[in-house]
Design a protein around this ligand. Sequence first.
Ligand SMILES: Nc1nc2c(c(=O)[nH]1)N[C@H]1C(S)=C(S)[C@@H](COP(=O)(O)OP(=O)(O)OC[C@H]3O[C@@H](n4cnc5c(=O)[nH]c(N)nc54)[C@H](O)[C@@H]3O)O[C@H]1N2
Ligand SMILES: Nc1nc2c(c(=O)[nH]1)N[C@H]1C(S)=C(S)[C@@H](COP(=O)(O)OP(=O)(O)OC[C@H]3O[C@@H](n4cnc5c(=O)[nH]c(N)nc54)[C@H](O)[C@@H]3O)O[C@H]1N2
Ligand code: SF4
Ligand SMILES: [Mo]
Length: 678
Amino acid sequence: MGQDEIRTVNTVCSKNCFATCPLKAYVKGDKVIKVEGNDNNPVTRGKICAKGRVYPEIINSEERILYPLKRTGVRGEGKYEKISWDEALDLIYINFEKIRTEVGPEAVLYYQGSGNFGVMRKYAYSFWHQFGGYTGTIGDLCDPAAEEGMKYTYGWRTQNSLADLLNSKLIILWGGNPAHTNIHAMSFINEAVRNGSKLVTIDPRRNESSSKSTLHIYPRGGTDGLLAIGIAKVLVENNIADNNFIEQYTLGFEKYKEFLKEYTIEEVCRLTEVPLEDLNKLVELIKENPKYAMILGYGFQRYTNGGQTIRAVSLLPAITGSIGEEGCGIYAGESQGGMLKWPYLPEEPTRVRLRIPKGRLASEIEKIDGPKIKAMWVEKANPLNSNPNIGKLKANLDKLDFIVVTDSFLTDTAKYADLVLPAASFLEEDDLVAAYGHPYIQLKQKTVNSPGECKKDREIYRLLGKKFNFDMKYFPNDDLEILSNVIKFSRLNTTIEQMKNKPYIAEDYDEIAFRNMDFKTSSGKIEFYSEDIFKDWGVNQLPVYEEPFESKYSSKEDYLKYPLQLITAHALERINSQFTESKRLNDIFTPVIHIHPEDAKIRNINSGDMVKVYNHRGEVFVKAKIVESIKPGAVNIFEGLSEKTKLSVNNLIEDMITDMGFGTSYHTCLVEVQKLNE
Ligand SMILES: Nc1nc2c(c(=O)[nH]1)N[C@H]1C(S)=C(S)[C@@H](COP(=O)(O)OP(=O)(O)OC[C@H]3O[C@@H](n4cnc5c(=O)[nH]c(N)nc54)[C@H](O)[C@@H]3O)O[C@H]1N2
Ligand SMILES: Nc1nc2c(c(=O)[nH]1)N[C@H]1C(S)=C(S)[C@@H](COP(=O)(O)OP(=O)(O)OC[C@H]3O[C@@H](n4cnc5c(=O)[nH]c(N)nc54)[C@H](O)[C@@H]3O)O[C@H]1N2
Ligand code: SF4
Ligand SMILES: [Mo]
């Protein structure tokens, strides 16, 4: 094919995003010149977001790292010299072998983030298992509190198809912002509303998805569990319940009913700061439409009480039997990811130490019992931006002997590495990607060769396998052959050839979740009362409300100094810490802090003023934007802003975890805001 000819390649956006859009990439020579949506998936319907459209700019960016880099300056300074791959592999070998033999393999912390999804992520274990062990992380920065909370309540997480939202008369969107984070869900919500469905949104911000809602409830951050208890109390006391459903399919309702009596509505309204009138309006809507769809976002689980909150909220539909039919149910995300089985896993060594919760990385890296962490391998992650308590994390990373980061860009974390390895971009590799916002598994096809000396993570491990003299049968070299074997091993009824044009969906996929009322809890029922949750996590069997660990009531002294609750929602123009290299996106995304007029007034702040946002952990500087749409007492800065812009919001946030699942409690955070230059 001539250099001027343009070819198209069907591929997939494998970023950590509910949407997982199939893409059509236009390639000229060895450059991707344009990306658009592919209409071969009935959920995504050819639509992509602005981030998808700037991929050519990102993958052809001049900021990309093209060669292995060895640090020459002090950590964080970003001074590096170019070295060869041979030198880079030698450096890794010398450092890792020394640590492995002198201290033990657990002294190496292997840290994998969510920068890029696909089954190929599992290739890493061909190396780490043969290394004899490692220290790994548990839990996640993302949604494990919800996963765990749902597991003890419904057995697992699944949802009706997004298209089934069109059958709903009432949609409750709770703590989610699909206009930013799940564009296909938002399309279906908008369509449902156009067809007459009512939308209720619940968020301390009237967020970007609430413009069409008939009712918006503004709870105080972290109090949604209590709000759900209040709603349940009014529903139950007014007998707005499906007693047959409760009898047949649930466990522990009598105990739950008694438990509801321990709360008064006055107390619920006082602590959640939701007016009784709003709570009653929502109850009225549920009374009119007892079968409704409830979409659970991830925002309200990012508190120390996140798991119990998910339990309390997700139990509401069970009261009116709003499960297992058309037009109702809980949308909590889904994935066919578990269907993809990896055929190349060496036996797990005994010295794997899975101990560090990602959300507590800053503290635990130092505190861990047994061999101390001496080295760290960071892949598809940017912990010095994405994880909480960056100040502490930096101090602790500085104590390590050797840090390797594989990335395409010199991120805040890469600047702390001793060795930075140039990673191929997600469009330069083949993979199979299972979505978590729709039920399809899609083939991501390589579009172009990587520039410079960039390598896929998988290739890097293969080189290391050779260097360490490991068993090479676990390091296969042909991507399409690997993926073919994954398909066979996972018994998917498809082939690579078919997947080039058609996404895969399991034959037994059901548009209606729980149609057969098959709840995979111990009792086989929806559990209002869970013995297992007490046994496994030591929390109450009932979804008892506990105040978040850092709040106006639980940390009164801090509250006097830092009286605003910080929310760090996800931005439209970012996927977490990614896309900061796009000029086109930076031109339309101005980092700001959203603050309510009342809070701005007492601080003499006007829109556009530079302010300092601070607490005892750190400070960031940002422009103020006064908005009526945020609750007084709360402020919001979108997460994922890099240190380049002096905006690592995670400087301000404690590394605390959720009550179950080892999730991260990002929004459990008090700050003060001060106008600069006064
Ligand atoms: N454009 C874009 N899309 C993304 C991402 C991205 O960064 N950018 N990230 C992806 C990832 S990794 C994830 S996990 C998902 C996240 O997807 P979402 O859950 O939709 O996003 P969040 O912004 O975390 O939280 C949603 C909302 O929760 C609200 N919130 C905060 N505290 C509370 C509370 O106490 N109660 C209630 N009711 N609401 C609260 C926030 O104001 C926010 O509007 O999005 C994915 N998609
Ligand atoms: N304050 C606050 N912080 C948050 C959140 C919040 O709500 N508030 N949300 C959190 C959530 S939900 C999540 S999921 C995390 C995500 O945080 P992370 O797991 O750190 O994920 P990303 O920021 O998406 O990407 C990390 C890095 O991966 C790199 N990368 C991409 N593809 C590849 C690849 O194929 N190979 C290699 N080696 N590198 C690659 C990117 O260039 C990027 O630098 O952030 C969290 N941080
Ligand atoms: S970032 Fe999300 S919405 Fe945008 S193209 Fe990728 S998967 Fe689609
Ligand atoms: Mo996430």
